[in-house]
Design a protein around this ligand. Structure first.
Ligand code: GTP
Ligand code: MG
Length: 319
């Protein structure tokens, strides 16, 4: 995306009067990119505007932002824009084809204590590193749904990579999400917040816990999955539009039989089934060792990587 389209505002969209702009903003559609990814019905309903007006606005926004056919060459050039954040472990980076990619969503899933939250902390630090050191010289947004964010770990990991801990903490925007609606609303705000604050990584730890708690059991499965898919879709758009990395976690249980039939908690356990992205399964091994495996990624080689969690953060095992 060019700098020009990045800075466009609602009032630049033909047909958006000041009154309509106000309605759109208070419904959370704060810039043209938030509109172009919305469905017409959703836009009309939430902003309280007629369907026909919403339709015209969406069409005009597409034109304004140049959302249209691209040539294969342009697709290739887009692909070359993809950047990577180091995880702190060379083994894990290699498994991921160089690190956590921008323009896509990466899901870490596994049982409790497998290192999902530690990886999220580490990436919030590493994104701040210069490109030569495996970062993007950017800031992080950390959405915490379980209250497991620890500034002490951030401090220790910052020291571990030679960053000033206070400065590093200033570069992480933290927010606790209290329920799934809140979590979704935060992500919608990010369409404005990310470009304005030089954010290059968005973490959602965990992406599934509120949805599971609020829509329990098989009887709520359809609506839960539908909401979760919409949420994941927004996250993917955020990653694509702003060329940032999005990392989500998902705890899966040891006993898949209990959750049989539930795609958010099934055998294999990942939630990205209907969303493009990279899925990484984590499991525990001897000592501090953890094993990562990339699942369903045709562009990445099959295999596993071993990493460890130390006081300084994610590292390769010594040997
Ligand atoms: P759930 O959120 O419960 O699903 O687990 P998780 O996958 O997020 O696990 P998390 O990332 O919290 O990993 C916890 C593990 O990280 C612990 O069991 C420790 O092995 C390790 N760990 C956490 N903090 C430290 C630390 O300060 N030093 C060291 N060496 N290891 C730590
Ligand atoms: Mg965790």
């Amino acid at each position: 995306m060019s700098e020009k389209t990045r800075s466009l505002r609602l009032r630049d969209i033909p047909g958006v009067t000041p009154t309509i702009a106000e309605k759109l903003e208070s419904a959370g559609f704060t810039n043209p990119w938030a509109i172009v990814v919305a469905r017409v019905e959703e836009l009309a309903e939430r902003a309280g505007i007629p369907q026909s007006t919403a339709e015209r606005i969406v069409t005009n926004t597409r034109k304004l932002l140049g959302v249209t056919f691209r040539t294969a060459k342009e697709v290739k050039m887009e692909r070359l824009n993809i950047r990577k954040i180091t995880t702190g472990s060379k083994n894990l980076d290699d498994l991921l084809g160089g690190g956590i990619e921008t323009k896509t969503i990466t899901e870490f899933y596994g049982e409790y204590g497998t290192g999902k939250t530690q990886i999220c902390h580490q990436l919030s630090i590493n994104v701040q590193l210069s490109p030569e050191k495996g970062g993007l010289s950017g800031k992080a947004v950390y959405i915490d749904t379980e209250g497991t964010f620890r500034w002490e770990r951030i401090e220790a990991m910052a020291r571990g990579v030679g960053l000033d801990p206070d400065e590093a903490m200033e570069n992480i925007y933290y927010q606790r999400a209290y329920n799934s609606d809140h979590q979704m609303a935060i992500v919608e705000e990010l369409f404005k917040f990310v470009p304005e604050n030089d954010v290059k990584l968005v973490v959602v730890d965990s992406v599934t816990s509120h949805f599971r708690a609020e829509y329990p059991g098989r009887e709520h499965l359809a609506v839960r999955q539908q909401k979760l898919n919409a949420h994941l879709h927004h996250l993917v758009k955020l990653a694509e539009i702003y060329n940032i990395a999005v990392v989500v976690t998902n705890q899966v249980m040891a006993r898949p039989d209990v959750f049989y039939g539930d795609p958010t908690q099934a055998v294999g356990g990942h939630v990205l089934a209907h969303t493009p992205g990279v899925r990484v399964q984590l499991r525990r091994a001897k000592g501090h060792k953890r094993i990562a495996r990339v699942v369903d990624a045709p562009h990445l080689p099959e295999g596993e990587a071993v990493f460890i969690i130390t006081d300084e953060g994610i590292r390769d095992p010594e040997e």
